[in-house]
Design a binder for this molecule. Sequence first.
Ligand SMILES: Cc1cc2nc3c(=O)[nH]c(=O)nc-3n(C[C@H](O)[C@H](O)[C@H](O)COP(=O)(O)O)c2cc1C
Ligand code: SF4
Ligand code: SF4
Length: 301
Amino acid sequence: MPNLRKTTRVVLFFFSGTGNTWWATRALAEALTAEGLQVQIENIETISPEEAATLAGGADLLGIGYPVYGSDLPEPMKGFVARLPRADGRPALVFCTQYLWSGDGARVGAALLARRGYRIRWSAHFRMPSNLTVNSRVPGMSTSDPQTIGGFRKRAAANIVRWAGAVARGKPSLTGMNLLSRFAGSWQRIPYRRGYPTMQDVIGVDGDRCTRCGRCVALCPVDNLQMKPDEVQTAGHCMLCVRCYNFCPEAAMTYRGRPHNHRRENLYPGPVDGFCPERDLLGREESPWCTTVTGSSGGSA
Ligand SMILES: Cc1cc2nc3c(=O)[nH]c(=O)nc-3n(C[C@H](O)[C@H](O)[C@H](O)COP(=O)(O)O)c2cc1C
Ligand code: SF4
Ligand code: SF4
């Protein structure tokens, strides 16, 4: 594939529960722009299917980014890819954020894109902090320490810049595609998929802690939470993004009926200082929870 610099229009679609993939997408866009490509990024939560189809149709190179969930991809991203117009062999890239390991998390999204007619030339896994703070029986997996989070960003940024260089040079760079990765990923994905239907009801609300501020309801990407006169109710179709759990101001969300245990684990505050999901993920200008400007010490690294 020829060098892509200068002429290529790139569109990167992403889903992000708690900000890591949002941050990685911005870092990738910056790196590709520095390589001379024209890049646009779009959150699949805030773009209409019609706009997405038009953008995808006009892109020379399409990319998708998502957090890995049990070596699988988030349900909204699966639905998004299934609705993309057919591509007739146009090139695509796939990147994932993950805490530790997924085997073939990127391959799963790549396979879905290939079904829409895309030719996958690049895939990557970028390590970011874990947002899985729900199971406080396993302490220490997640972090809220700005320095530790900054360390993750720094390492991921270096990998993203390297990968963007390969993309711009037209040099294929694939991760997670071989049989071994696939086998390793299945080991995690098969039980995850089996358990998924029951897990869609594991998030709840502790009525004693909840002040009914409405933040979780407004943040849920799949309308699983509803404000009732006396309580926040769940509808049983959670897609496990853990956004409500980490950004509830009262730490009032529960996991399998258990309230969050701060002595074991802090909530994940997002990838940069002052991260505010309403503003940074959903583009809402007005939010009582957004008090600082994101990225003062974050940026792309
Ligand atoms: C339901 C769920 C499952 C996860 N599964 C994995 C996994 O299999 N491997 C891994 O390394 N990280 C896993 N993680 C961690 C996230 O992939 C990681 O923190 C990611 O960067 C979060 O991205 P986001 O902030 O864009 O949502 C999981 C997180 C959640 C919420
Ligand atoms: S964000 Fe927390 S405090 Fe606010 S309504 Fe939801 S559960 Fe209650
Ligand atoms: S209920 Fe919470 S964890 Fe589940 S999809 Fe909605 S915001 Fe995400």
